[in-house]
Design a protein around this ligand. Structure first.
Ligand SMILES: Nc1ncnc2c1ncn2[C@@H]1O[C@H](COP(=O)(O)OP(=O)(O)OP(=O)(O)O)[C@@H](O)[C@H]1O
Ligand SMILES: [Mg+2]
Length: 249
């Protein structure tokens, strides 16, 4: 996409351009030391750029810090030093309210455990991010219905989560993560609770949705097969973030 095309699509967005690439998420020299005895360095000078419409996968041993990295990217956990930028917004220095607004408006989340709200219909679940932005009524319902159609659950909009399979629940969660057109989508083990066949369907849906939505996607997974569906694959190790596969597509 050219810079001019990008401006037309996201007129209020600000971005970084590397060649023809647009970095929607830019992590630079990130350090995180845990206040344990002795202190433990989780990341040291970790850097990663993710462009709009790109999905990178992060694999790594249990306990190496993958979930903590996602939490830092969304401002849920403080970092020791370094920079995280979403579009033109630098997270460092933002207060709790500003970080909450940033998460509400610019992030979408998909978790291993789905976290679909049991007392809301599928349509209502998908509409929640819009409601949080103060968008109620027919327009929110129409957007939520549209997202449910895209994940193949349009006809189930009035149904309840208790009636859905794990794969279907994760589809609802994907619709909810994308409905407000976030700049960044973070997915932590999104297929961890699904059987292998269902997992690949759901993963492909997630990646397609991220690419179509022109979000920057970061997918954490234990599955190398899942990771290979992403555009680039990194391994988080104790000595840093190492690219282990380029552009699988
Ligand atoms: N606030 C904290 N205080 C102390 N230790 C912490 C804190 N947060 C995370 N940890 C530790 O940091 C390490 C990384 O945890 P994290 O959950 O990010 O790992 P992970 O790579 O996501 O693992 P898994 O693949 O099992 O989900 C763990 O050893 C965890 O116990
Ligand atoms: Mg984890």
């Amino acid at each position: 996409m050219t810079r001019a095309e990008y401006k037309r699509r996201r007129p209020s967005g600000t971005f970084y351009v590397f060649g023809s690439q647009v970095a929607m998420l830019r992590i630079a020299k990130l350090c995180k030391t845990l206040a344990t005895v002795p202190p433990r360095k989780l990341f040291d000078l970790l850097s990663l750029d993710v462009t709009a419409g790109e999905c990178v996968a992060i694999i790594g041993e249990s306990g190496v810090g993958k979930s903590t990295l996602l939490n830092c990217i969304s401002g849920l956990e403080p970092v020791s030093s370094g920079s995280i930028r979403v579009g033109d917004t630098e997270l460092a220095g933002l207060g709790d309210d500003a970080l909450s607004r940033l998460r509400r408006d610019r992030f979408g989340f998909v978790f291993q455990a789905f976290h679909v709200l049991p007392h809301l219909t599928l349509l209502q679940n998908v509409a929640v991010p819009l409601w949080l932005q103060g968008r109620h009524g027919a327009e929110a319902a129409r957007c939520a219905q549209d997202m449910l159609e895209r994940v193949g659950l349009g006809k189930r909009a009035g149904d309840w989560p208790a009636n859905l399979s794990g794969g279907e629940l994760q589809r609802v969660a994907i619709a909810r993560a994308l409905v407000h057109q976030p700049a960044v989508v973070l997915a932590d083990e999104p297929t961890g609770n699904l059987d292998p066949a269902r997992a690949m369907d759901v993963l492909d849906l997630l990646l397609t949705s991220i690419r179509k939505g022109r979000a920057a996607g970061v997918l954490v997974t234990h599955s190398r097969a899942a990771a290979q569906r992403a555009d680039r694959v990194f391994e988080l190790r104790q000595d840093g973030l190492v690219q282990v596969m380029a552009s699988a597509q």
